[in-house]
Ligand binder design. Structure first.
Ligand code: ADP
Ligand code: MG
Length: 230
C-alpha cells in the first residue's frame, strides 16, 4: 500500500463523502463536530485545512489518519472504502502509509534522538534501517544531534525529530496538525520549508493550521467553519 505520485491510476488518493462526527457530552447531549464533509485529495498535493479553533480541524485530521472513525459517510483511499479494511490493513496504513506530526511533539523524553526516530520500526519493517535513519535525520538537519535526549534539544529541534520519526517508515502521506503551534516565527518557517521540500519530493502533505502565513506554504486551502467546509 504505497501511494506515491508516480502511480498511473486515475483514482483519487483520498475521497471523503458526507462525513459526520459527533461527540457525546452526556447521555442526551451530543456535539456535532463535523457535518457532512466532502473532500478529495490527490497524490502529490499539499493541502492546508484551515479554520478557527473548534471548527473541527483535528476531528477531520483524525478521521483522515484513521485514528478515529466517522459516524456517517464514506472514506475511500485509492478507491477502497476504509471501513472494509481489516485490522491489519488499518494498522499498516497508520504505521507505513501515513507519517503523523502533532503540535505536542510526543517524543519520549528519556531516550535519545536515534531511538525516538526509530520507534515506528518496532511495529513494522523498514529496509536498511541505519541508512534510512541517517537519511531522515539529514533531511531535517539533525544528524549531529543523534545522541541527544529531548531535554537537550530546542523546541524546533524536537519538532524536527518528530518529523524524522514520521518519515522513517517511508510514508507517502504526511499529516501534520498545527505542527508549528508551539514554535516561534523563524523556527516555524524552517519547519514549513521541510514540509515544502517533502512535498516537492512527491509526498502528499495534509496540514492543519489556523495561521494564514503557515497555510501559505500549501498549494490549496480548505476552510472549515462549525464542522462544514466553506
Ligand atoms: P479544532 O482542531 O478545529 O480546534 P476539534 O476538531 O478539536 O477542533 O474540535 C471540534 C469541536 O469538537 C470543538 O468544539 C471541541 O470542543 C469538540 N470536541 C473535540 N473533541 C471532543 C471530545 N472528545 N469530546 C467532546 N467534544 C469534543
Ligand atoms: Mg485542533
Amino acid at each position: 500500500m504505497k501511494f506515491k505520485q508516480t502511480e498511473t491510476t486515475t483514482q483519487h488518493l483520498i475521497e471523503l463523502k458526507n462525513i459526520s462526527k459527533s461527540y457525546n457530552l452526556n447521555k442526551d447531549n451530543e456535539f456535532r463536530a463535523l457535518k457532512g464533509v466532502d473532500l478529495i485529495i490527490d497524490r502529490g498535493e499539499f493541502v492546508a485545512i484551515m479554520g478557527p479553533s473548534g471548527s473541527g480541524k483535528s476531528t477531520l485530521m483524525n478521521i483522515l489518519g484513521a485514528l478515529d472513525t466517522p459516524d456517517r459517510g464514506t472514506y475511500t483511499i485509492n478507491g477502497v472504502d476504509i471501513s472494509k479494511y481489516t485490522d491489519d490493513q488499518l494498522a499498516s496504513f497508520r504505521n507505513k502509509d501515513v507519517g503523523f506530526v502533532f503540535q505536542q511533539f510526543n517524543l519520549l523524553p528519556r531516550i535519545n534522538v536515534r531511538d525516538n526516530v526509530l520507534l515506528p520500526t518496532l511495529y513494522g519493517y523498514v529496509e536498511n534501517k541505519d541508512e534510512k535513519l541517517k537519511e531522515v535525520l539529514t533531511k531535517v538537519g539533525l544528524l549531529d544531534k543523534i545522541n541527544n535526549k529531548s531535554n537537550q534539544l530546542s523546541g524546533g529541534q524536537i519538532q524536527r525529530v518528530a518529523i524524522a520519526r514520521a518519515l522513517i517508515m517511508n510514508p507517502s502521506i504526511i499529516m501534520a496538525d498545527e505542527p508549528t503551534g508551539n514554535l516561534d516565527t523563524k523556527t516555524s518557517q524552517e519547519i514549513m520549508n521541510i514540509f515544502k521540500n517533502l512535498n516537492e519530493e512527491g509526498n502528499t502533505i495534509i496540514l492543519v493550521t489556523h495561521e494564514e502565513d503557515i497555510a501559505a506554504y500549501a498549494n490549496r486551502k480548505i476552510r472549515l467553519k462549525d464542522g462544514q467546509i466553506i
